[in-house]
Design a protein around this ligand. Structure first.
Ligand SMILES: O=C(O)CCC(=O)C(=O)O
Ligand SMILES: [Fe+2]
Length: 323
């Protein structure tokens, strides 16, 4: 369905991903997903996280949001849902299950095909906690591109859904609109002087907890509206360490989540000038701390030559007994 008035989105023109049988890809179907993404500017993935991590994450957010609401009520503090979401996000990032969500093997295997092996996760993930009564234009967004708000053209949006969605409250996209380039925006709406963009509007009403939608920063997208239930998701962004970051991305910083063999080799040699012989006659290894972000590095051994244990895992299992 096409519309001639992109800055005044008429929700009635939005079609349903369920009706259109939009595919969801697995980590074993990356080739197909890349073709779909190139043409459509977005792709949906399923089954890339542990179900338990998704449940833990959702429950953590729901509990901390409710807790902050009750603290605000008891202390007669303002009801600041964005503040609650930010505090919940800051606390969530310190939970051990969150590491599996930001960078597990499937996440890296998918991103490798989009960004290459040296992957950066841009800082400051955001919780979206959309309630039936959310009217804020921050949560119910008009049609826009994320490049317009400062995401670089090299960066991929990655939105993890922690609940299912309804047609009425879900994320909507304009398939193929990334190929128009950066569509000009005037104060939070597409510039109407840019007339007939022949857009299609699609509500991603097929999403379930654990699904991920990724999109290109030029893709036009919007929130369909509010529904009967809460819709909860986390927005993350990934980029390559080799392509330019926008000034916003530089300001937010990044965390390296994976490095390929070429990066590994330079890490062993040590210096970017490749000044020789750093490891000559010694251990040809990288700093043991970094093993998790250099998956091609040999597994480390202790200073006495024994295999190392997974101390992170052992410490996690004892977490309750530490204080
Ligand atoms: O989830 C939505 O409704 C809109 C999301 C969005 O625009 C974003 O995360 O950049
Ligand atoms: Fe957006």
């Amino acid at each position: 369905m096409h519309s001639n008035s992109p800055d005044n989105l008429d929700r009635k023109e939005v079609s349903s991903a369920l009706d259109e049988k939009i595919p969801k890809f697995t980590v074993n179907e990356v080739k197909e997903s890349l073709r779909f993404f190139s043409k459509s500017g977005y792709a949906i993935y399923k089954g890339i996280y542990d179900a338990e991590d998704i449940v833990n994450c959702r429950e953590y957010i729901f509990k901390s949001m409710k807790k902050l609401e009750s603290i605000a009520e008891v202390n007669s503090l303002p009801f600041d849902r964005f503040g609650f979401a930010q505090a919940s996000m800051n606390a969530l990032q310190k939970q051990c299950f969150y590491e599996n969500l930001e960078a597990n093997e499937s996440v890296c295997n998918i991103l490798l095909h989009y960004l290459g092996p040296d992957i950066a996760k841009i800082g400051w993930d955001q919780i979206w906690y959309n309630l039936p009564k959310s009217e804020s234009t921050v949560l119910v967004k008009n049609i826009h591109t994320d490049a317009w708000t400062g995401t670089s053209v090299n960066t991929l949006f990655w939105k993890l859904f922690l609940t299912g969605v309804e047609f009425a409250n879900t994320l909507g996209i304009c398939p193929g609109s990334h190929l128009l380039g950066l569509v000009p925006v005037r104060n939070r709406a597409i510039d109407s002087n840019h007339g007939d963009l022949l857009l299609d509007y699609l509500a991603l009403d097929c999403l379930e907890a654990g699904d991920v939608v990724i999109w290109h920063p030029f893709l036009l997208h919007f929130s369909v509206g509010t529904g009967k239930k809460c819709r909860c998701s986390i927005t993350m962004r990934y980029s390559s360490i080799h392509t330019p970051f926008s000034s916003q991305e530089k300001g937010l910083g990044y965390k390296s989540i994976s490095n390929g063999p070429m990066g590994y080799i330079m890490r062993v040699i040590g210096s970017d000038y490749a000044s020789p012989f750093r490891v000559l006659g010694g251990s040809q290894a990288i700093d043991r701390r970094l093993i998790s972000i250099y998956p091609t590095a040999p597994r480390p051994i202790t200073e006495f030559g024994e295999q190392v244990h997974d101390w992170d895992k052992l410490l996690k299992s004892e977490e309750g007994n530490l204080s």
